[in-house]
Ligand binder design. Structure first.
Ligand SMILES: *Cc1c(COP(=O)(O)O)cnc(C)c1O
Length: 308
């Protein structure tokens, strides 16, 4: 019997206690200075009323013999996948309902997607970035190539001709820096991936916070991306769902490698290993995507910023 010894290569989760220690030391030395914390955090506002009402109605349905629901489709109820498609349509992105997969959040999908890729793939990861990309690949024993975000590239690393790899993570807006790639910059990544037959894993968890209409909020706004990218998004930051749990992943039909459809592989993976998201939560998520839901989430976020 052997354990997966890749786990022994993980840096222990003392990272955040180390950050707390450093922050406290700094604060003692410089009590007057404001500290911008780029470590772990959580959302600060409650669910908006339109979401709460939708979930209340769904709870009542579950307690009624006529409207009760048992096992649902693992990839999510059609009503929510359609709501996600409509949200994409507003961005000028056409998606099929069967390209959308509902999950309990982006973190799960970002880690689980690796199931459908060989462990021999080399992975390109920006630095700094959301730590889950690194740890999930260390667990699988994949080779990681870091590309640096610094003030010299506006914290937005781009590929050069020598950059070689099979999977690349792009987080835009970036956690923790907030830097957002322009369409021109994302096109460089898409063209790079198309030439190498690499796959882009695009994390758009903060897309709802982009205020500048000229900036892309989805990789699929970039021509060619449907053949080389998977997009992960979440309601955690958009609508304060960190405790409620709901996210979505888009795997386009056009994305094929080794003559296999990645959409089909992911569907197979999810229907086998994932139980789906509770009906009640999916009704709450559906309410986020209504005109009222999106407007109220936006107003709530702005009023919070103004109050701060
Ligand atoms: C918060 C966050 C996620 C995870 O979101 P969940 O849906 O809560 O799992 C993914 N990516 C980034 C960059 C995040 O900041």
């Amino acid at each position: 019997m052997k354990i997966n010894s890749n786990y022994l290569n993980l840096k222990d989760s003392y990272l955040f206690s180390l950050i707390a220690k450093k922050v406290n030391e700094y604060r003692e030395l410089y009590p007057q200075k404001d500290i911008i914390r780029l470590g772990i955090g959580d959302v600060t506002l409650p669910l908006v009323p339109v979401v709460v009402d939708a979930m209340h109605r769904a709870v009542s349905e579950m307690g009624n013999a006529e409207t009760f629901r048992g096992y649902g489709e693992e990839q999510g109820y059609a009503f929510l996948r359609q709501a996600v498609c409509n949200y994409y349509a507003k961005k000028g992105v056409m998606t099929d309902i069967n390209e959308v997969f509902i999950s309990d959040g982006a973190k799960s999908d970002l880690g689980n997607i690796l199931d459908i890729f060989d462990t021999d793939n080399r992975v390109i990861i920006p630095d700094p970035v959301y730590p889950v990309y690194v740890d999930t690949n260390i667990m699988a024993g994949r080779e990681i190539i870091f590309i640096n975000g610094s003030k010299h590239n506006g914290f937005l690393p781009l590929p050069n001709e020598n950059l070689d790899g099979d999977i690349v993570y792009i987080c835009s807006p970036n956690n923790p820096t907030g830097a957002v790639y322009t369409s021109e910059q994302l096109k460089i990544w898409v063209d790079w991936a198309l030439v190498r037959k690499a796959v882009i894993l695009f994390d758009s968890a903060y897309e709802a916070f982009i205020q500048d209409d000229s900036l892309p909020t989805s990789i699929f706004q970039i021509p060619g991306a449907r053949s080389c990218a998977i997009e992960f998004c979440s309601l955690s930051k958009t609508a304060g769902f960190t405790g409620t749990r709901c996210g979505y992943t888009v795997v386009p039909f056009d994305l094929e490698r080794n003559n296999a459809s990645l959409n089909k592989l992911w569907l197979r993976r999810q229907t086998t290993k994932f139980n789906g998201v509770p009906y009640i939560v999916q009704r709450g998520a559906e309410a986020v995507f209504t005109e009222l839901g999106l407007t109220i989430c936006c107003i709530a976020a702005i009023s919070w910023v103004l109050r701060e």
